[in-house]
Ligand binder design. Sequence first.
Ligand SMILES: Cc1cc2nc3c(=O)[nH]c(=O)nc-3n(C[C@H](O)[C@H](O)[C@H](O)COP(=O)(O)O)c2cc1C
Length: 337
Amino acid sequence: MDPEKAHELTISLFSRFPGILSKMIGGELDSSKYNIFVGDLNWSFPVGLAAGLDKNAQAIDFFSHTLFGAVEVGTVTPKPQPGNPKPRMFRYIDEESLRNRMGFNNLGADVVFKNIKNSSRGDKVLGINLGKNKVTTEVDAYKDYVSLYKKFAPVGDYLVINVSSPNTPGLRDLQSTDKLKIIFESLIDERKKTPIPLYLKISPDQSFEDVGPIIELAQDFNLAGIIATNTTIMESRGAGGISGRLCSEKSKAMRRFVLGRVAGNKHFQVIGVGGISEFSDLWEFWKLGGKAVQIYTSFIFQGPGILEDIKNEIDKALIRNQVSTLNELLENIDQAE
Ligand SMILES: Cc1cc2nc3c(=O)[nH]c(=O)nc-3n(C[C@H](O)[C@H](O)[C@H](O)COP(=O)(O)O)c2cc1C
């Protein structure tokens, strides 16, 4: 089946039958064995759902009942927009990777807001990923982020400024420190009125030289952390962003860099995403000082079984290291084996 059709069908099933399907897939956790604090937020499991799979917040009820420790919806833009012409999602089955040039197709802030209001996620952490409309000029981009912050801060647990998608023309230009500064400054008042953890999602394609000052800026503005990374561009494969195993090396390198830079700041989180497809990726991230990750592409290829597999591997690690909770394991991760 065409990948986008398969995706739409799955989301529609998840949104119509959340109870039955999540029971069939299983995965509700009955203990605090796997929970970790990411900043102030209590993730029930160290793996969350990355943005872009539930763009319109239609399947929060379903995802909240899976093992995912947090669910990030969006990217949502202020106005609805159709995205780029189809086909715009491609599979590389042997390489467990995807290429997409969706272009922030979504139903817009009003509908996504209603969907969130009508959902019941229990105490599962909900992130909302925010992007600017394609028609919004670079100069006015900050206005989109301010209006989205205002609308979604009261209904989410954390928000994400997304300036790292390769599929909205000019969006990645907003990743320069002077342009990001304008966005962060314009958010100061709203953040005071409705404080909620705010993350910045970055691309794996920037040079470390450029990312260093962005990390400093994010800390200066008291962001909760950085989500590293979005998809990568591989010109040889065609237009769009590559995710899954093919983006793993670049994402990992960026995560390592960011974690190294913020190692001394206990109040600043790095959420790892990009090419995470098995427990060893998570382990490597923990060893570098990270805690929580997100997945998208490996969930598409492996299904919810990937979460079960990771849970089983965590169980083994707990036994091996003679501790009973993930928190204890992460406290002494340097010595863990
Ligand atoms: C089809 C598709 C659509 C995506 N849409 C978004 C999006 O709207 N916003 C966003 O921040 N990231 C989006 N992403 C990027 C993912 O959230 C993630 O950062 C990236 O795919 C790398 O993780 P992965 O290798 O686990 O897929 C999308 C990814 C895919 C494959």
